[in-house]
Write a protein that binds this ligand. Structure first.
Ligand SMILES: Nc1ncnc2c1ncn2[C@@H]1O[C@H](COP(=O)(O)OP(=O)(O)OP(=O)(O)O)[C@@H](O)[C@H]1O
Ligand SMILES: O=C(O)C1=C[C@@H](O)[C@@H](O)[C@H](O)C1
Ligand SMILES: [Mg+2]
Length: 174
């Protein structure tokens, strides 16, 4: 059995989209911490945050990360998973961690096209483009710190999957 692969990065970088395709290419299982939370609570992110605040959501997110961790699994994490040092350490110790990195303008244009506000309630109260700049300014360092590999996520999903496959097999060989 192989170590889990954790995909990290900001909202819209493609963790869910690319993660599912990568799992199929590797014949791995696929889990998504946001989806896991939605299924286990029967609530959207927006509903959890309204009831328990972001603090409550973050607590649940840490539990979700541990619950979905399993061998031969691609795990799409929530965009804020790296905020807790505990989560960064857990992922690095239990698997391979890949940061899907993209510029804020690219992320904002993807999210403006498909906001999915139930799953992505505002983090700052500011327009998406401004929020993305602010969030990346705060988190880029944390994504870099947590990651074993950094991948350019501003390619088509198919290209991102190919880059991931190459990067992960090179990593295994070295
Ligand atoms: N490489 C890509 N090129 C173009 N569009 C993409 C790419 N990856 C994802 N998208 C699109 O961007 C949107 C967000 O993608 P996705 O839900 O996979 O992001 P995410 O990283 O899982 O975000 P979140 O942190 O909110 O869960 C979707 O509409 C998806 O189709
Ligand atoms: O970037 C974030 O903080 C978030 C990203 C989403 O995946 C969800 O986990 C939630 O909307 C929070
Ligand atoms: Mg996602």
């Amino acid at each position: 059995m192989s170590l889990p692969i954790y995909l990290i990065g900001a909202r819209g970088c493609g963790k869910t989209t690319v993660g599912l395709a990568l799992s199929q290419a590797l014949a791995y299982a696929f889990s998504d911490t946001d989806y896991f939370l939605q299924q286990t609570t029967q609530q959207t992110v927006a509903e959890i945050v309204a009831a328990e605040g972001w603090e409550g959501f973050r607590r649940r997110e840490t539990q979700a990360l541990m619950a979905v961790t399993a061998p031969s699994t691609v795990i799409a994490t929530g965009g804020g998973m790296v905020l807790a040092e505990e989560n960064r350490r857990f992922m690095r110790e239990h698997g391979r961690v890949v940061y899907l990195k993209a510029d804020p303008e690219v992320l904002a244009s993807r999210l403006e096209a498909y906001p999915e506000e139930d799953q992505r309630p505002t983090l700052t109260g500011r327009p998406i483009a401004d929020e993305m700049v602010e969030v990346l300014a705060q988190r880029d360092r944390l994504y870099q710190q947590a990651a074993h590999h950094v991948i350019n996520a501003m390619q088509t999903p198919e290209q991102v999957v190919q880059t991931l496959l190459q990067t992960l097999s090179l990593a295994r060989a070295s």
